[in-house]
Design a protein. Structure first.
Length: 72
């Protein structure tokens, strides 16, 4: 599994799940992120998350296909 980090700017408290997938390059568009999330293909901290607007904070881990994203 490929691991990658997403680093939030100091003034940012969170990033939305769909935006995190786009930022990491796991998906190319918001539409692809929406479909993947709604189909239950994305894990947040080891559990399926189907809320594309879910707030992702430092310390959270996202898994999608062969990618694991850690948020810092």
């Amino acid at each position: 599994m490929k691991k990658e980090r997403i680093t939030l700017r100091p003034e940012e408290e969170f990033i939305r799940l769909d935006n995190a997938l786009k930022l990491s390059g796991s998906v190319m568009t918001g539409g692809q992120a929406k479909i993947a999330i709604q189909n239950g293909e994305v894990l947040l901290n080891g559990e399926v998350c189907t809320m594309r607007g879910k707030k992702i904070r430092r310390g959270d881990t996202i898994e999608y296909e062969d990618m694991q994203l850690e948020v810092f």
